[in-house]
Design a protein around this ligand. Sequence first.
Ligand code: BTN
Length: 326
Amino acid sequence: MIKKEDKSIEILKLLVNSGDIPLSGEEIANILGISRTAVWKHIKNLVQRGFKIAGQKNSGYKLLFPTDTPIILSSKNFQTNLFGKNILSFIEIDSTNNMAKKIAKEYPEGTIIISEKQTSGRGRRGRIWSSPFGSGLYFSVLLKPKLPIITIPRLTILAGVVVAKSLEKLGVNVKLKWPNDIILENKKIGGILSEMSLEGNDIEYVILGIGINVHTENMYFPEEFREKAGSIRSVSKKIIPRNILFKEIVIELERSYLDFCNKNGELGDIRKNWEERAYGLNEMVEITTGLEKEVCTILGLKDDGTLLVRDGSGVVKEVFAGEVLF
Ligand code: BTN
């Protein structure tokens, strides 16, 4: 069974929307059609999970932290046709990608799983994706594309461009490091983990997991990554509300994905959009395709999403798998 804390999250939503005006237990109880004792239990649950709520049963409740929680958004908040029509919201979960896999068969394309915190957030290559409470944006989108399998890795490129454009709208200019890193001033502040399940030769589903360190403090990053990781706030001092960023990304992601599907998996303009923001373009960088590392110059992206590089002896190569190192 999926343990969703729907009523607690509904109360959270009322508190966010009420802003600085406290809401009494009675008001909440009346709106949600539950008892005042039930309201109090949900408030207690929210506080135990990490939310800071001022007030008592009688004086009214006010949410103090985190007021930008993205888990209160619902389909009504997005002007979309597909993405976010179903949103499964969690205060805490192991990994939104894991949950997306569990529900993939029964839920339609465009379903989003979002959590305020992940206890086992995963990155590429078996890495940990540190996902503390009140700090980041952690969500997964369930896709069921009717596309050739070979085009699926391009979705990571597409998602990177979408995240970059959404951040730009909010005044944060990032670079994209192939294949899936979001870089702000030489620190990794976000990443994309796409996972695919096949049914014979067909795609059963693809899960696009997006993680962005919005306010995350450095101490939360695993020690071995601390030097290379950062958050929008720690790097630029900018405070970007996570709920607004989430909305921007979902709207732009749907637009870009539907366009990509209509073009049968062609990247089209996305290739150019990616190159305009490419980290290390025309520079010498270290690239790994497994155990080996090689210093190459990044030349750009091919139409099919592979990375084009020139190696030390001047040979132009295509990189299908691997990553550009810092
Ligand atoms: C990477 O750069 O290695 C990819 C990081 C992807 C993290 C996101 S957070 C939401 C989703 N759930 C996970 O467990 N991972 C992805």
